[in-house]
Design a protein around this ligand. Structure first.
Ligand code: AP5
Length: 219
């Protein structure tokens, strides 16, 4: 299966894509994770992307499309995948469609995780991660055993720079202006599913997604 997980920042795309890809044996491809790794390693891509990411703006389409093309060429997408954080603009969605058509691939479904702005702000203001093992924590529901320290390696927990409140507000704004139009793009292509992704914990949302994927496999 080739899936896209769509949704605003903090809607749970990463959490759910990781779980579902693990359970279904799919590749989880997060453009956000790839970019953060590039920034951390100060690669050419990382140097170009850093300034956009820090203020919550999108990295230029050409840089991101190049990343996806590279993954496609390497054959890593051949066994099925979940795209998390891509596409994020109409040009990205159109290029993905053309790129896949040329390679006899298609997207089976684009699944929107529906979450309110208030919930996004609540989740992202409580998000912390371990810089060593990348484990995620969230205050007040997913606390480490020792305050501020990772359960796995004792490292001091950190916040993503783009989780500062002002940047989150801009990310939400950018989502509405640049990314939300692709919800309609996939609706018109009749490959859109919408899942209510708040008011329940991650386990329940995983169940909802698995139910939907099971239903799609039968259609
Ligand atoms: P990216 O990393 O993709 O950020 P995002 O889309 O803003 O998403 P997040 O990673 O913040 O949230 P998520 O939806 O994955 O939620 P999560 O599972 O972590 O992109 C970062 C930046 O990179 C962009 O701003 C842009 O600059 C650049 N970029 C990336 N892709 C690009 C592209 N294609 N084009 C251009 N630029 C691009 O969950 C969030 C928190 O909520 C966690 O703490 C989690 O534990 C908690 N949580 C999850 N589910 C629940 C639940 N059900 N109940 C309570 N808490 C929950």
């Amino acid at each position: 299966m080739n899936l896209i997980f769509l949704g605003p920042p903090g809607s749970g795309k990463g959490t759910q894509a990781k779980r579902i890809a693990g359970q279904l044996g799919l590749l989880h491809l997060s453009t956000g994770d790839l970019l953060r790794e590039a920034v951390k390693n100060s690669t050419e891509l990382g140097k170009k992307a850093k300034a956009y990411m820090e203020v919550g703006e999108l990295v230029p389409d050409t840089l991101i499309i190049g990343l996806i093309e590279e993954k496609l060429r390497s054959g890593q997408l051949d066994g099925g995948f979940i795209l998390d954080g891509f596409p994020r603009t109409i040009p990205q969605a159109e290029t993905l469609k053309q790129m896949f058509a040329k390679n006899n691939k298609n997207i089976n479904r684009s699944i929107l995780l529906d979450v309110s702005d208030a919930e996004v702000i609540r989740r992202l203001s409580g998000r912390f991660y371990c810089p060593i093992c990348n484990a995620g924590y969230n205050y007040p529901h997913q606390l480490p055993k020792k305050e501020g320290l990772c359960d796995n390696d004792g490292a001091k927990l950190m916040r993503r720079p783009d989780d500062e409140e002002a940047v989150v507000k801009n990310r939400l704004d950018v989502y509405k202006r640049q990314t939300e139009p692709i919800v309609d793009f996939y609706r018109k292509e009749t490959i859109l599913s919408e899942i209510a992704a708040e008011g329940a914990g991650p386990d329940e949302i995983t169940n909802r997604l698995l139910q939907e994927i099971k239903r799609l496999k039968k259609v």
